[in-house]
Design a binder for this molecule. Structure first.
Ligand SMILES: Nc1ncnc2c1ncn2[C@@H]1O[C@H](COP(=O)(O)OP(=O)(O)OP(=O)(O)O)[C@@H](O)[C@H]1O
Ligand SMILES: [Mg+2]
Length: 531
């Protein structure tokens, strides 16, 4: 227990914040502190800002440096009452009350950072694990937002590793083909040096399938093209059909359904070709674009194969044109949603990277997939289909989707419009926290979650598996870093066996190790300079 005072409460105090005169110059911004309250016991607070002043200072005369005062502005987080609820003190703190550094147990208990099984990282500058509840995370959706290169995909990888170890099926929409590297253990020496800090070790995961165009990376993704309804077809078309074309489409589908057999897009094209209308040609042209993708067939990839306990299915969109990516995502998300609604697949997490492209905010772009993204965001909770949206442009992601994300992981953001969007969507975000977001180092995030009482800064843990999104080096010698070693070896016990209704079996299944060799830059130098 911390017994040395670091300051005394000073000036006017309230129920939400107070100031204190700092006696220990090592007190830092965002540090957790405590103050004894006669009726409510220890009250947890957080230093939001620090200022220095010296009343003897005058530029014309000598001044006394020992008279320098440090004032800390602090927020009051509160105390746990007899029912376990976090409350502000019943009466304000008193000037002269002594301020101490908060103990780890008080921080954990007051903030509720250790109630779950999904280990995101450690409380920034503290040796305290931050764990989220897997059920809450999946049921109530998540967003990972940050400017480019700040650690979104890396954090997403941490989330996938944790969900996989809880047996939760994960489907990842991967526009850049980054996530297949999870099959291999993390080989980065810099990151391995930090593994003791987080009590993790390198690990490659099995039961990962990659669905793509059918190249050597994985399985070919084929979607169900049988008996599509007019609305489904309109969603797939590269441009919106006119009213006349929509009429032709309805007519053709009605006719084909009347024949009582299965039909596909090619049959639909043949039927429309038989109609006597000038408008048909543009519609036929668009339908042929969809048919030529060879993405649809009467023998689609079974959605049940893609989603099973402990499985990670990566939908690698690399190589598909943006409009085709949209078609694919629309159809796949619809299939996933329907399969979950009809309980054909277990509860699962759908992760959408570059979400601003698949659920764009009105006015920036339109995308066929927006509707299904909104549906999953608003109804997924009922059916156990979780959504994690990842974006470097929060301002450009559909607000209906973002507002449904109860867990927000925000890494460094500097764009004023993106900051504004974050401010609107995050409860309990102080002005000081907004300032802090702009200067966060890579891998440090602000975590906002229903599970946790207040937004907290988290040092996201290093990955067990290899990260596939490393930046491409432009010169052969750039990016050399000194090796840093750590002798910290902390004994942390993670409670990994709590109840997990989303994980189906409730058992923790560990992936097997895969020690395939790969260079640390994942062959990127070869891609740039050629072999
Ligand atoms: N928690 C972390 N611990 C250690 N290194 C990290 C962490 N987060 C990110 N990094 C490093 O930062 C780099 C960039 O991270 P990442 O690829 O996740 O960025 P991003 O936000 O997804 O960028 P982009 O918008 O370009 O996709 C990673 O290659 C990794 O080296
Ligand atoms: Mg990324």
């Amino acid at each position: 227990m911390s017994r040395t005072t670091i300051g005394t409460v000073h000036g006017k105090t309230g129920f939400n914040n107070f100031k204190f005169l700092v006696e220990d110059p090592s007190v830092e911004r965002m540090e957790y502190i405590k103050v004894w309250h006669e009726s409510d016991n220890w009250i947890l607070g957080q230093v939001l800002d620090l200022t220095k002043k010296n009343p003897t200072y005058n530029s014309d005369r000598d001044f006394d440096p020992t008279e320098e005062k440090i004032i800390a502005k602090s927020s009051i987080i509160g105390y746990r009452d007899d029912n376990g609820l976090l409350r502000p003190p019943k009466t304000p703190l008193s000037p002269g009350d002594e301020v101490y550094r908060a103990d780890d147990s008080l921080i954990c208990e007051s903030l509720g950072i250790d109630r779950g099984e999904v280990y995101i990282g450690n409380l920034d500058r503290k040796d305290l694990e931050v764990n989220l509840d897997a059920n809450e995370l999946v049921q109530k959706h998540c967003s990972i937002l940050a400017k480019t290169g700040s650690g979104k995909s890396y954090t997403c990888g941490v989330l996938i590793e944790e969900l996989k170890e809880e047996n939760v099926p994960v489907v990842v929409i991967d526009p850049h083909g980054e996530f297949h590297s999870m099959r291999k253990p993390n080989k980065s020496s810099k990151q391995k040096a930090r593994m003791d800090e987080f009590n993790v070790s390198p690990k490659g995961y099995s039961n990962i399938d990659i669905y793509s165009t059918g190249d050597n990376l994985g399985k070919k993704l084929v979607l169900d093209g049988k008996n599509l309804g007019p609305r489904d077809i309109i969603d797939l078309l590269p441009t919106n059909p006119t009213n006349t074309q929509t009429g032709l489409l309805y007519k053709a589908v009605k006719e084909l359904r009347g024949r009582r057999g299965d039909y596909d897009i090619n049959e639909l094209i043949r039927t429309i070709k038989g109609y006597d209308s000038k408008s048909k040609w543009n519609l036929i042209n668009q339908l042929e674009v969809v048919a030529d993708l060879n993405l649809f067939s009467a023998n689609p990839t079974p959605i049940e194969d893609m989603v099973s306990p402990g499985k990670i299915s990566i939908i690698n969109l690399k190589g598909f044109k943006p409009d085709i990516q949209e078609i694919l995502v629309t159809r796949l998300c619809n299939d996933l949603f329907m399969a979950r609604k009809n309980e054909k697949i277990p509860p699962a997490m759908l992760i959408v990277e570059e979400a601003h492209n698949f659920a764009p905010e009105r006015g920036f772009k339109s995308s066929a997939s927006t509707d299904i993204m909104r549906t999953i965001a608003s109804e997924g909770r009922k059916f156990g289909l979780g959504l994690t949206v990842v974006s470097q442009r929060p301002a450009r992601v559909d607000k209906n989707v973002l507002s449904q994300c109860n867990t927000q992981i925000i890494l460094k953001v500097t764009n004023p419009n993106d900051l504004k969007a974050i401010k609107k969507g995050v409860e309990g975000l102080t002005t000081e926290m907004q300032d802090e977001i702009q200067s966060l180092p890579t891998g440090v995030s602000l975590l906002v979650s229903n599970d946790i009482e207040k937004p907290v800064f988290v040092d996201v843990r290093v990955r067990k598996s290899s990260h596939g999104g490393e930046a491409v080096k432009v010169t052969k010698n750039s990016g050399k870093s000194k090796k840093k070693s750590t002798n910290k070896n902390k004994n942390k016990n993670k409670n990994k066996n709590k109840s997990k209704s989303v994980s189906g079996s409730g058992k923790t299944k560990k992936g097997t190790e895969d020690f395939a060799e790969e260079g640390e830059d994942g062959g990127l130098m070869d891609k740039i300079f050629g072999k």
